[in-house]
Design a protein around this ligand. Structure first.
Ligand code: PMT
Length: 400
């Protein structure tokens, strides 16, 4: 379960309770499972643990004040709210929960919670009498109804000497419970086949025709589909990314290899996502030895590769078929044409330019289908992949 936190950006809010001493360990545990952590501390939290400690364990500067010009210049509070894949407040005091419920924005942490679109999880920690109080219980109930995740608390002996419910969950339990938030389950039980990366079309034993696809978009979609509960087969062209866990990975080199691998997986495929930048042409003949530099001119004769996506769309029965279209001009028009010509269920129009699209860390796309479209603004490929999979999952579930 904890693997679902790998590469997630977690904003950890620390409020003023004695359990704040465990927040440093919590940061360590989150980082152990691959999450990046930024810490926001309330003034009262700093009575229990120092910002220096939290900075040292998180490896990032600690955010403390809404009106700190230096911090705002480095990463403003709205940017910080957008950065978060989830906000975790641990410990969350009774006072913090009451203020959050009222929609107050009188310190940095409450402001971030109001501004963020990411899920919010609270790990309450307080005296057992405060926890049992109906005012607190009503607040907790109302926060749950607003979709806020309440993790714990556990029962046991408390710092004040009381025994009962109100102890903050142990850091490892919080990490486990937080990870569950990222298992959306919208594709539970579905087989999703994804192609990614470029293909290499051999010219001779040491040279090939290819393109700048890094595989990042396809790999991120494969990870996001796993998180959504799908069984994923990733058919990957040659890339320098590490092999992802929790899915079947089939490595291929050429478009013809990719075609064969895709067709072999089509028996039981629910969704086919064709993210690969497949070479349209291959050399008609491949030299068996390295071509020597003797002639002034060299002409390569190319022939068409099979169109994998169009062939999948011709199958009967066929999966839900989604193509990608990376274009440098007339993006929507060209993507629409591919949607129609290849008889696809959906196409993801991918602008290629400075810092977006092929080879880059970020991407911006427009999803098009027969009678609609949805835009996704520029963001990291990981974040975009999660949003796309959420969108595709709900679209697919509506029509099935
Ligand atoms: O790998 P990254 O660096 O992260 O970049 C991601 C990406 C920009 C490559 C990706 O998001 C993307 O847009 N992939 C499609 C690339 C493309 O331009 O495809 P195309 O227009 O040549 O083909 C349209 C569709 O047909 C694609 O879904 C493609 O996978 C598919 N196709 C194309 C040719 C072919 N012979 N077989 C195919 O299946």
């Amino acid at each position: 379960m904890k693997q679902f936190l790998a590469n997630k950006q977690i904003l950890l809010g620390v409020t003023g309770g004695i359990a704040a001493y465990k927040s440093a360990d919590l940061v360590r545990r989150l980082r152990e499972v691959g999450a990046e952590v930024r810490v926001v501390m309330t003034d009262h939290a700093k009575e229990f643990i120092t910002p220096l400690t939290m900075q040292a364990v998180s490896g990032n500067p600690v955010h403390e004040d809404l009106f700190d010009l230096k911090a705002e210049a480095a990463m403003g509070h709205i940017e910080l709210a957008r950065w978060a894949d989830a906000i975790l407040v641990a410990p969350a005091t009774a006072d913090f929960m009451a203020r959050l419920l009222k929609g107050e924005a009188n310190d940095l942490l409450t402001t971030l919670c109001l501004a963020a679109k990411a899920p919010i999880a609270l790990a309450p920690a307080m005296n057992q009498g405060m926890w049992k109080n109906t005012l607190t219980q009503n607040n907790v109930q109302a926060l749950r109804e607003k979709g806020i995740h309440i993790l714990g608390p556990s029962e046991g002996s408390q710092a004040c000497g009381d025994v009962g419910p109100g102890r903050m969950l142990e850091p490892l339990d919080i990490v486990d419970r937080l990870a569950q938030i990222f298992v959306s389950g919208s594709l539970a039980g579905k087989h999703v086949v994804i192609t990614a990366g470029p293909t290499h079309e051999a010219i001779d034993p040491v040279r090939f025709i290819s393109n700048a696809s890094s595989g990042k978009m396809g790999y991120a979609l494969a990870e996001a589909a796993v998180e959504a509960g799908a069984r994923v087969t990733l058919i990957s062209g040659p890339v320098s990314l590490s092999k992802p866990a929790r899915m079947k990975v089939i490595d291929v080199v050429s478009a013809q290899d990719m075609f064969a691998a895709v067709m072999a997986e089509m028996q039981e495929c629910d969704i086919f996502l064709s993210v690969a930048a497949v070479a349209d042409y291959r050399c008609k003949t491949t030299a068996s030895q390295k071509i020597a530099k003797t002639a002034e001119k060299l002409t390569l004769e190319l022939e068409r590769n099979p169109d994998i996506l169009a062939n999948v769309a011709k199958l009967s029965p066929r999966p839900f078929v989604i193509g990608f279209a990376a274009e440098t001009e007339d993006l929507e028009k060209k993507a629409q044409a591919k949607l129609m010509n290849k008889n696809l269920d959906m196409i993801i129009a991918n602008q290629v330019g400075e810092g977006v699209g092929i080879g880059s860390e970020e991407n911006a796309v427009t999803v098009l289908w027969k009678d609609g479209k949805q835009e996704f603004a520029k963001m990291s490929k990981q974040k975009l992949a999660r949003e796309l999979i959420k969108f595709i999952g709900s679209f697919f579930n509506k029509i099935n």
